[in-house]
Design a protein around this ligand. Structure first.
Ligand SMILES: Cc1cc2nc3c(=O)[nH]c(=O)nc-3n(C[C@H](O)[C@H](O)[C@H](O)COP(=O)(O)OP(=O)(O)OC[C@H]3O[C@@H](n4cnc5c(N)ncnc54)[C@H](O)[C@@H]3O)c2cc1C
Length: 283
């Protein structure tokens, strides 16, 4: 077979969405909805925490969305937490259970969880950054015996923007998880920490050489988190980020998400700090 034909055959299906059933839609905050999508024929998505799918609404377009559920809880379904931002995400928000969406993927390199086993894990998501990290958090919690201390620091702008509040309560009550939550702007009912996520760092103890830290959120937030983590002495290869860039194809062809020699969609979106610290535009 000619190399060209082989490439066409290999790539023809990666651009074609598979229509899947929207099983459930739950409003989680004013801006975010959680979609449960059912795989056809009881198949499994086969994703890794940190990967994403391209979600399409026919006639509108396609958007990359992180897979928010963990492989350990997949069972023929997966979850996407979608913030209403523009045309595609608004169209997604208008869907109801029983409707269909197009799905391509999973794409990208997820987190190398095998390398995290035996280590302390420190999660530091900000805002919507909890959506991709929730997949990894629940994967770790479902295999809890194989990890050291698990600490979760979560920051949001205000209490009404906190995601997955049921799970925050569950993590709070676990004796094998240390959870600290903060908001920038409290309401009258808020009794927790007030301030940006970095105000939580003095509350925790970190064994610098044995800790993997994973952060995700807006650049203005993760840049300061990186400073804290490096200041605590974490190894650069043990600090992980999930980066959001404009992306279209999801498979390293179109170049929309390129940063120097890196295609965020294919080489990431999970990167260690060591891998990207010298990449212009990455941080
Ligand atoms: C790897 C990856 C994972 C993502 N995971 C999630 C997720 O789990 N949940 C979620 O809600 N969103 C996620 N996003 C962001 C999501 O893809 C964008 O919000 C979406 O593409 C916007 O499409 P739209 O047609 O609704 O908006 P558009 O009409 O295209 O744009 C509306 C607004 O959103 C901005 N925007 C568009 N694309 C992006 C982008 N990639 N990053 C930042 N701003 C953007 C535009 O500048 C504009 O201001 C992810 C993005 C990437 C790259």
């Amino acid at each position: 077979m000619s190399p060209l034909l082989q490439e066409i055959l290999e790539t023809s299906s990666i651009y074609k969405p598979t229509m899947m059933l929207v099983l459930d839609v739950r409003q989680v905050t004013q801006l975010e909805k959680l979609f449960t999508i059912e795989m056809p024929n009881g198949l499994s998505l086969g994703h890794k925490p940190g990967q994403f799918v391209e979600v399409s609404v026919l006639g509108i377009g396609e958007a990359p969305i992180s897979i928010s559920s963990s492989p350990s809880r997949s069972n023929g379904k997966f979850e996407l937490c979608v913030r209403r931002a523009g045309s595609v995400t608004s169209a997604l928000h208008s869907l109801n259970p029983g409707d269909s969406v197009g799905i391509r993927g999973p794409f990208g390199r997820g987190f190398p969880i095998d390398r995290f086993r035996g280590k302390d894990i420190l999660f530091a998501p900000g805002g919507l950054g909890l959506a991709p990290l929730r997949s990894l958090i629940n994967e770790v919690l479902d295999d809890r015996g194989n990890f050291g201390r698990v600490t979760i620091l979560y920051g949001a702008r205000n209490p009404s923007e906190l995601l997955f509040t049921d799970e925050l309560v569950e993590w709070e009550t676990r004796t094998d998880v240390e959870l600290h939550v903060t908001v920038d702007h409290p309401d009258n009912d808020w009794t927790g920490n007030v301030g940006v996520i970095t105000t939580l760092f003095p509350k925790i103890r970190v064994h610098a050489r044995n800790t993997i830290a994973i952060t995700c959120g807006p650049p203005a937030m993760y840049r300061f988190v990186l400073v804290e983590l490096l200041g605590k002495g974490l190894l650069e290869g043990n600090i992980w980020l999930s980066l959001e860039r404009r992306m279209k194809c999801g498979v390293g062809k179109c170049g929309h998400c390129q940063m120097n020699h890196i295609y965020t969609c294919q080489d990431g979106p999970a990167f260690s700090y060591a891998e990207i610290k010298h990449v212009e535009e990455a941080l």
